[in-house]
Design a binder for this molecule. Structure first.
Ligand SMILES: [Zn+2]
Length: 621
């Protein structure tokens, strides 16, 4: 079948109703410039406070109010400038506006660099007196968040030394990026259509999901030949990254690099450990999913895990239909949620379609008490686009609820909670769509998509989290971080997590050297844990009636007044317990059975053997 050529329209050809209305931020360029000038003047007032912020409750409040007014204005300017840049990156007016703002941001950061140390230096006794003042009460959580770092802040001279060493200590990031993106040459690849492609890293990665196996395999081999040729350099770079993490953690008096990484959102170590333990205990279910893949493809290599099992379908969903689908699917979140979102769609929150020079992908972006805009590259022939819309709508509505409840200083939620609000919506859409369609091919596609997300987000990211934990612990206990150690450790994890149905190419253990996240350690656990929390929450919302709905909306309204783990306990999700992962894997197992039945219906001869019977893994309560 010949692919349909879709014409991309220039921005001036697109009806205004299909674009976002940035006039709601600044109606003219003059208005933007006037606001910018005002910040340029105002921030000079910081110097009035140097050395005297903590003199009295009044001086502290005056400083906090000045600081907040500058952040508020800067946030709106940044919101506007970043969206203009996203809409047409090639336009010099957009890049110029953006870089001028970046420069201003740096100057502001320098001008107020004295403030945090002053707030931290004040002895507890004196600080406790200060916060008893009614004027300070509204800032108590805010100040508490700054002062909790006191135990991990060093003397001025030591801080200066760490800051000076920063660029050298983080040099591994640039080395990794240059090596992967510039020095590695992947050569050319001939597809099954005889087309010769000059490979880049991004292209090689995307070809791992090509429908033709020979093409996938060639892309895999070309990619890993280069990684193997540079394996010693990569291993040394990864080791440097781990050593820098350990050095920072030790100098700042954290128990370990992991503890240092979890500190900012106050996540207990037990949450990290129980994630790994619980996902591991459920791996037999995931292995059965790979068994279904092997039946479908005959044999199964790593590069066969990224393409759909279910037959491809072609479903066209116009944007207006996507709005209806998303709004209907989100009905369990209540009228206020759905009607606000619907109004947002008509009030031009969304920049809908691809235009030349526009940023790819999709995102939601807000500033305080302004519309939480959404950038899409919506495609009517892609079901994934509808899910992206539901996901970004989750971010936008989270912003909307928190900014209409909290003061500016508390409205931005922790990263973990923002992703949960988006993933809850995707799950509600999956459930709604599955209940609505009687078409087996669409059902199979939706279930396959959902299983693939569970696998790639929950189990794969947990495997990554475990690898990060092991290699940091090795450095902390004085074991050598060698290429062999990285390879052996990763090979063991691959065997455990992928199970018996996948043939693991020897090159695959080199994957541990090429995952960018490993060079910014201890981030990915959030994906896995957030996913389990989102699945659990979406079920609670659908089955728990108005009480669950109210609690969920309270979570969205809470902004950053609470740390993620405690905020989730209030909606009945305890990340220290095994329940969220068990619950998610139960749903995984149920959907897997549905997919097995559907696949027998849709492709009865595939693989020529019946699926194995699932043994429910034993549970710890
Ligand atoms: Zn997101």
């Amino acid at each position: 079948m010949k692919p349909r050529v879709v014409r991309i329209y220039y921005r001036h050809e697109v009806p205004a109703s299909d674009t976002w209305d940035l006039g709601l931020l600044f109606s003219t360029e003059e208005e933007y410039r006037a606001a910018l000038e005002q910040v340029r003047t105002c921030y000079k007032r910081y110097r009035e406070f140097e050395g005297r912020i903590m003199e009295s409750a009044q001086s502290l409040v005056d400083y906090l109010k000045l600081d907040e007014s500058i952040d508020l204005a800067l946030e709106k300017l940044t919101h506007y400038a970043s969206l203009k840049k996203a809409e047409a990156n090639g336009d010099p007016a957009n890049t110029g506006r953006w870089s001028a703002l970046q420069n201003l941001g740096t100057k502001i950061a320098e001008a107020r660099a004295f403030a945090v140390p002053e707030i931290q230096r004040l002895p507890d006794v004196r600080f406790n007196e200060l916060i008893r003042s009614p004027a300070i009460a509204a800032w108590e959580i805010y100040l508490g968040r700054i002062r909790r770092y006191r135990a991990h802040t060093l003397r001025a001279g030591e801080e200066r030394l760490l800051a000076l060493a920063g660029a050298s200590l983080s040099g591994y990031k640039e080395i990794f990026s240059q090596l992967m993106n510039v020095d590695m040459k992947f050569g050319t690849l001939t597809t099954n259509h005889g087309e010769k492609i000059a490979l880049t890293l991004g292209l090689a990665d995307s070809l791992l999901a090509n429908p033709d196996r020979a093409t996938r395999r060639r892309a895999f081999q070309k990619l890993y030949r280069q990684v193997r040729n540079h394996q010693s350099t990569l291993a040394a770079t990864l080791a440097a990254s781990v050593r820098a993490d350990v050095l920072y953690a030790r100098s700042r008096r954290y128990g370990s690099a992991l503890e240092a990484a979890l500190f900012s959102d106050n996540v207990p170590l037990a949450v990290y450990d129980s994630l790994i333990r619980n996902v591991r205990s459920m791996l037999p279910v995931v292995h059965r999913y790979y068994a279904l893949r092997r039946q479908t493809f005959g044999e199964l290599y790593y590069y066969d895990t990224l393409i759909p099992i279910a037959p491809q379908i072609c479903v066209h969903t116009q944007f207006s239909e996507a709005i209806e689908l998303v709004c209907s699917a989100l009905a369990p979140l209540g009228n206020e949620y759905v009607e606000t979102l619907r109004r947002g769609f008509t009030a031009r929150w969304v920049d809908r379609y691809e235009t030349p020079g526009k940023r790819t992908g999709s995102f939601s972006s807000g500033s305080y008490r302004n519309p939480p805009f959404i950038l899409m590259n919506y495609r009517v022939d892609s079901i994934s686009s509808v899910f992206s819309l539901a996901h970004e709508a989750g971010h936008s509505m989270h912003t909307w609820f928190s900014q209409n409840t909290q003061p500016f200083r508390y409205y931005k939620p922790p990263v973990l909670l923002t992703e949960i609000a988006a993933m809850v919506n995707e799950e509600l859409l999956t459930d709604y769509w599955l209940a609505k369609t009687a078409e087996p091919k669409v059902q199979a596609f939706l279930i396959d998509r959902s299983l693939e997300r569970m696998r790639s987000v929950l189990t794969r990211q947990t495997m990554f989290a475990e690898f990060e934990k092991i290699i940091h612990a090795a450095e902390e206990s004085g074991d050598g971080l060698t290429l062999e150690f990285f390879r052996e450790t990763y090979a063991r994890l691959l065997t455990d997590y992928l199970g018996p149905d996948i043939t693991i190419d020897p090159e695959l253990e080199l994957e541990c050297l090429r995952i960018p996240h490993f060079y910014s350690a201890f981030y990915v656990y959030r994906y896995a844990i957030g996913f389990a929390a989102a699945i659990t929450l979406s079920r609670k919302i659908q089955t728990g009636g108005s009480k669950s709905q109210r609690k969920y909306l309270a979570l969205l309204r809470a902004g950053r007044t609470k740390f993620s783990v405690e905020a989730l306990v209030e909606v009945g999700v305890d990340l220290c317990s095994s329940r969220p992962v068990e619950y998610t894997m139960d749903i995984f197992a149920q959907r897997l059975v549905q997919l097995e039945v559907l696949m027998r219906q849709l492709a009865p001869n595939v693989g020529g053997r019946r699926s194995r019977v699932l043994r429910t893994p034993s549970r710890r309560r």
